[in-house]
Design a binder for this molecule. Structure first.
Ligand code: PEP
Ligand code: MG
Length: 831
């Protein structure tokens, strides 16, 4: 006798193939139909009894008088909502009639919070009932016929056996107990064996092949369940199910377990440990070696002005040749810093300052030092912390020229390899000389995380901590050190146990890097199949080539201002076009997101007049400058629009604070497209760098093609801490819960409007942050090129469900330090 199952919801009926979750799409739980709901009340699909009702209220199953068991699972990943938005209208064990309301849910709230609202309706005891007819690909009302079930002949069912029973107890480490997804995995495993397998929880007993029976066991984290198997292959079936139950089945550790680990990880430092700010992530161990700076003395008064001038120019030529040689033999960041030094050593103001002093009777060395210090004083007077960090570069060229002038060796380039270098601070040229000696890591008393030395260390993957304070002076040369630039900690004279644990972490890290390199070119998705694009942040064609080599799937941020800085006039349309075309070609066919000129604040350009501002970070910055300079903006837009193939380059607007700015740029883009005869649409997205943009992400999402979160600026504006000010550097951490909540809110508001959200700020290059960003809803991460392969590997090792649970915990943390401890504990669970 057949049984009609009617629809439990009003909506659109579709096949399980269209459910974006392999558990349902691959019928692991059983066959059925899915409904895209338009109504908010689940009603009984037949007369029967409620056999399971999940605590979270998102899933219910019923058994008909004939024995058919049907599960209704409202939305995907809705177990994570922990009941929020669901109101059960019946209780377990209730008898219901077809059409009786079972669960009411808040359609909007669940739609915003869940991966999808699609609701699978599954026949879970396929061994007893088969579907003979189903309604799909059409609108359906509640209580309209959805499926017809026919009983499977008894003899066709699997064989039963009266052999001995084997059993074993196992403690569940599933954070939510056996809910629908683990039940499906258990059922799928059990079906591979002939044996009967049952699970027992107290006095409840359920067939391992029946999802409903497993749900009805009502298990939770830490429950001890007994697995019983009987039949020919009972031993093998028992072993397989026990092994499966012993894992967390990719669901992540429960909140309590991870929080406890996080608390442990956040324990105070012991004697011999010194905290610092991470300038370049990584791990290193080796002996401490103190870098001693050579003081270069110069006489005040010189010989004749002609002699001193000649000596100065000769020393400048020698120093320049040395810097140029380093620039030639280096690439990437080192070459860029050396180029900046070449420009400085030829700076006309410096030379004029030195000339003036020589004319007053001073020695060449004294005159050069005086000219440099005039500039340093002028920079200090600006109060701009970002510029103040550049003072290092001036002191660097002061020393290099004086070294050439006096013949004093600068030292520091003959340190033993594998050492951890301790210094007050490091000048870029000292770093370059030291790096050739292959140190293991760097620990500085002073210094800031955005200094050139920090950038150089990161570029070379050399772990570095800065701003460690005077305690570092207590460490004697040769003391064994563990430098943990993941936790921001140096441990002096570690115990053998600490050394072993650290060495194990180093070995794991190396293995992970190797695996990442091998899989760098493969597309990236989470372990449960969610596509996450890993892009790279770039500034030049060379960066683009490197990014492509590292496996980047596009560029999520082309910092176009690099074309505009350190020059006297703006680049022409043709020059810009050539640069953008070069980048697009290097990333053959992949998306290239070009950020419009982001000038102002910490990135001044001499030829763009911006009046003196008390608060440059809150003044003329980003799109505000571009809109005030329409010629500049239109020239840049035309250069981008000319790139072939049309559409490969997308346009991204920096520092957006209101919808009007997006509308304004969009109108200009559309006008230019018309004038230039470009018919292919060109995407225009916004950067979310201001709290205003984050909190109005829903409004922006309606009109923007995408949103990309700039965590560097968002952090400074959310925390009201200057991102370039070393005095507050320790607090400027994008893992602050306030920043994470802004990111989460941006993702929630924008994805509900159908727009993707990416992250292109520094947080996307922080391995500890990636699981949180994915869990918060970012689907594109744009990192520094050198981190792309590793980022892909991290994402591949995650399931969306565990990332979401982890992100949820991060949002509840009370400080950035607690979030970082939680992230470390999470990383531990992956090892
Ligand atoms: C950001 O603010 O996060 C960002 C990516 O832009 P920039 O660092 O160039 O200001
Ligand atoms: Mg920014």
């Amino acid at each position: 006798m057949s049984l009609i199952i009617t629809s439990p919801l009003r909506g659109w009926a579709t096949t399980l193939d269209s459910v974006p979750d392999p558990v349902f799409a691959q019928r692991m739980m059983g066959d059925g139909v899915a409904i895209q709901p338009l109504g908010d009340t689940v009603v009984a699909p037949f007369d029967g009894e409620v056999v399971t009702l999940h605590d979270a209220g998102h899933a219910i199953s019923l058994r008909s008088a004939e024995g058919a068991e049907v599960l209704i699972h409202i939305g995907l990943d809705t177990v994570m909502l922990k009941g929020e938005g669901f109101t059960p209208l019946i209780a377990m064990g209730d008898k219901v009639s077809r059409g009786d309301p079972l669960i009411r849910f808040d359609l909007d709230a669940v739609a915003l919070a869940a991966t999808s609202l699609i609701t699978p309706v599954i026949v879970t005891n396929a061994e007893a009932f088969a579907i003979s007819r189903r309604t799909v690909d059409c609108a359906i009302g509640a209580c309209e016929a959805l499926m017809t079930l026919v009983p499977v002949q008894a003899e066709a069912r699997r064989r039963s056996d009266d052999g001995t029973v084997v059993e074993q107890a196992v403690t569940l480490s599933l954070p939510h107990g056996i809910h629908a997804r683990p039940a499906a995995r258990i059922g799928e495993t059990a079906r591979r064996f002939e044996a009967d397998v049952h699970l027992l929880n107290g006095d409840k007993r359920g067939d391992a092949r029946s999802t409903v029976a497993l749900l009805a066991l009502g298990t939770g984290f830490g429950d001890e369940v007994v697995v019983q198997a009987r039949g020919d292959d009972a031993e093998a079936a028992l072993a397989a199910i026990v092994a499966l139950l012993a894992t967390d089945m990719g669901e992540g550790k429960p909140a309590a377990a991870v929080t406890a680990a996080a608390t442990a990880a956040a324990e105070p430092l012991r004697v011999g440990q010194i905290g610092g700010i991470i300038a370049s992530r990584g791990l290193a161990m080796g002996p401490a070696v103190r870098l001693r700076q050579t003081e270069i003395a110069v006489a005040r008064d010189g010989a004749s002005a002609a002699e001193e001038r000649t000596a100065l120019l000769a020393a400048r030529t020698a120093a320049r040749a040395q810097i140029a040689a380093r620039a030639d033999s280096a690439d990437g960041n080192v070459a860029a810093v050396m180029q900046a030094h070449l420009a400085l050593i030829d700076d006309p103001e410096l030379l004029a300052g030195a000339e003036r002093r020589i004319a007053e009777g001073r020695s060449a060395g004294f005159a050069w030092r005086g000219a440099i210090h005039d500039q340093i004083d002028a920079i200090r007077a600006t109060g701009n912390a970002h510029l103040i960090e550049r003072i290092d570069d001036l002191i660097d060229i002061e020393r290099q020229l004086l070294s050439a002038l006096t013949g004093t060796p600068l030292g520091g380039d003959a340190l033993p390899p594998g050492a951890i270098i301790i210094a007050d601070d490091l000048l870029p040229s000292q770093f370059v000389a030291l790096a050739a000696g292959r140190p293991a890591g760097i620990a500085l008393l002073h210094g800031g995380p955005t200094s050139h030395v920090a950038i150089l260390c990161a570029g070379m993957c050399l772990p570095a901590l800065v701003a460690m304070g005077d305690a570092l002076n207590e460490i004697a040369d040769g003391t064994p050190l563990l430098l943990d630039a993941e936790a921001g900690l140096v441990t002096a004279s570690p115990t053998p146990g600490e050394v072993d644990a650290f060495a194990a972490r180093l070995a794991q890290r190396d293995a992970r890097r190797e695996a990442a390199k091998a899989a760098a070119k493969n597309a990236c998705q989470t372990a449960d199949g969610t596509r996450i694009e890993i892009f790279a942040n770039i500034g030049t064609v060379e960066d683009a080539v490197l990014a492509a080599e590292q496996g980047a799937e596009g560029s999520g941020l082309v910092r176009s201002e690099f074309l505009f800085l350190d020059r006297d006039t703006a680049p022409s349309e043709d020059e810009q076009h050539a640069a953008y075309q070069g980048i697009a070609d290097a990333l053959a066919g992949m998306p290239v997101i070009i950020r419009l000129l982001d000038i102002g604040g910490d990135k001044p350009a001499a030829y763009i007049p911006i009046a003196h501002e008390e608060n440059p970070a809150l003044g003329q910055r980003g799109i505000r400058v571009a809109l005030a300079q329409p010629d500049l903006l239109e020239t840049q837009l035309r250069a981008i629009l000319r790139v072939e193939p049309a559409g490969q380059c997308k346009i991204m607007i920096p520092m957006v604070a209101s919808l009007d700015e997006l509308r304004h740029v969009r109108a200009i883009v559309e006008r230019l497209r018309g004038e230039m005869g470009i018919t292919t649409p060109v995407e225009v997205g916004v950067m979310v760098e201001t709290p205003a943009a984050a909190m109005t992400a829903d409004l922006l999402a309606v009109e923007a093609d995408f949103l990309s979160i700039g965590t560097n600026d968002l952090t400074q504006y959310v925390l009201a801490m200057d991102r370039g000010n070393p005095a507050v550097a320790a607090g400027v951490d994008a893992m602050h819960p306030a920043v994470l909540r802004m990111i989460g809110e941006t993702c929630r508001l924008a994805t509900a409007r159908g727009r993707w959200v990416g992250v292109c700020g520094g947080l996307a290059s922080d391995p500890a942050a990636l699981p949180i960003l994915v869990g918060l809803g970012a689907t594109e991460l744009s990192a520094v090129p050198g981190f792309v392969a590793e980022a892909k590997q991290i994402v591949r090792g995650l399931t969306l469900i565990e990332a979401r649970a982890h992100a949820e915990l991060a949002l509840q943390c009370k400080s950035a330090a607690e979030v970082r401890a939680l992230a470390r504990a999470f990383e531990e669970t992956r090892r």
